[in-house]
Design a protein around this ligand. Sequence first.
Ligand code: SF4
Ligand code: ZN
Length: 738
Amino acid sequence: MSRIIAKAAIRGAHRMVERAEDALAKAIEAKGKDAEVAYPNTAYYLPIMYLFLGQKVEKLGDLEESLQEARKLLRKVPNDELWLPYLGDTLDCGVATLIAEEAIEALKFVTGPTPVEGIWLSFTDDGILRTQGIKLVDGRMPGFAAVVGCTATNEQAVQLVRGMQERSILVFMAGHTNGRAVAEQLAEADIEMNWDTFLVPYGKEITAAVHALNFAARSAMTFGGIVPKGLKEAREILLYNRNRVYAFVLAIGGDDDVPEDQVITDEKYATAAGAINFGFPVISDVNIPEILPTGICTYEHVVANVTMEEIVTRAVEVRGLTIKIEKIPIPVPFGAGFEGERVRKEDMYVQFGGKYSDGFEVLRMKSMDEVADTRIEVIGPEIDEMTEGEAYPLGVVVEVAGRNFQEDFESVVERRIHEYISCANGIFHMGQRAITWVRISREAHKKGFKVKDFGEILLAKIHNDFSAIIDRVQVKLYTDAEKIKGSLEESRVIYRQRDDRIGGMTDEDVEDYYSCTLCQSYAPDHVCIVTPQRLGLCGAYTWLDCKASHQINEHGPNEPVSKGKCVDPVLGQWEHINEYISVKSNGNLTKFSAYSMLVDPMTSCGCFECIVGIMPEANGVIIVDRDHQGMTPIGMKFSTLAGQIGGGIQTPGFVGIGKVYITSPKFISAEGGIERVVWMPKVLKEEITERLKARLEDIGKPELLDKIATEEDAEDPEKLVEFLQKAEHPALAMAAMI
Ligand code: SF4
Ligand code: ZN
């Protein structure tokens, strides 16, 4: 361990703790010890204090205690006589630094000025943590990088983050080098920075780097289900991060004119020591002393002197990220980091579908001799024959053939078209089936992107992801307003037939359900049992998806589980399912009800689209989806509820579900089903309104639609009950729920 680094880190830690103490003293003077201190929308208090101290900081007074603990962790700066050749002291100082930084950042929300300013996003709330967390779970995101400092030129900054976006690595940015920050360079280069593009600027000061670490800490608490109480749990959380969260720090030094002591400051060394506690190594382009032996990190702790061209590749190796870089023969970069990117009207070259023209996409099974593998046909004008700013029709017809392919899989593969096309840089895609909307940006056009390239993307991705069931793929792209009509009509018929076939399938029709254990990488005891009438709680896996996934990879996360003898038809329990759960939950669970939220409900990992919660006063349940930020009538926001029911435990009275399950005839049928629903957010109600109407028609109660309250009717229990009484909601007259 380098003495120079140890000295610098320890010096930096002392300074950071002093800064925090000053900031706190000022805040207390202005607001008093009882003033509240909190980050917005989190159930984890100040996560770093919660993690390392098990402390639930709520008031300024509590922070005094946190900083006293931080001070205890500070060690003397080693001189040449006093020298311990191990990392312990430096690492303790790293923890002290993180506690101090968390205090400084949180105090900004109390005393101002607000850290959410301009390009800077500051703290990540629990809602975003969960939506992004699922990308870590399903492998869309192999890990994250915390970039500190700035590059010599703006072009280098763009190249650096493009390199990470192409590998789907999430990028956090904090700190600056001599007054200049990489996020500012990106802003100057007009790069879109937000959670959708995987580029997250936290703050200009190095203290904002703590947000990357409190994100990591909460990931472990949310998805690993670890509740911090003291040192033992803190260790577990750090180990969890070391083993499962593939993250690293890039400390970038800027250009040659930066004074030496400004390149990597003591405070940066101290923060890096904090990150090393999480097992996140530091990679730098600067000639700083290296720490190579492995110990806390899986690999080297500090790797220096790496060129900017090499730095991403080197970081990936050091941290051991598994990355599939996709080389698709198109003229624009491709990767999950571009998936959420929008193309604004001003930046658009041409568009297709939406409300402007016909647009649809369909995937069909054909016989082997009907499909000429890798053939792409553009039927109608290519982009060179189009006029800038105009809308054109676009019909995407993908025809596949494979010995193991079944008609049922058509929709499973078709649904991926959206994701595939969105991953091209400069291409925007929305919707599916006959409601697609696509834009090609001017920049993509300038690089040479053509309509035919949609075909290239689909060929490459489908061959890559579905090689076990698909042998041949060909793509037809209709851009001719007349010629598109016939195939559009044909597709509408196919969509309808499919819905009838799949929509009509019941749990009783099948012998096997499917399991999904994908989220066990985060919630080790969690298993989803997916039935035709109850999809996985993340909303992404239906019974058919699981079936297809099993065909594609029989050792994958989805396997068929035969139901066996029915134990209880009302609760929805079967002998073999229960046996399976006992094994897969590592003996922590013994029973699972498919249709009850009160008796042995299914567990929740953390990815649920919605949470159903009991509301005894109303003798019913409320449903809240993750996009709803406001309060619910049971006195808890989505984020608070999520924190309490996640992690793979059974919490009777509460259950995480996928949106589609709400309108299933099996929706909490043991408790009386859809008639129990008394409240849901307005946006959610609107989103599912068609299916909800159909379901209520089916049970002969179409009037129930207006009796389900939203936040516009009530946000607190008294008001809600009043509303329900007035509306004569059926739940009030049903058998008591508890
Ligand atoms: Fe995770 Fe369940 Fe979705 Fe599978 S179905 S990805 S286990 S939430
Ligand atoms: Zn999950």
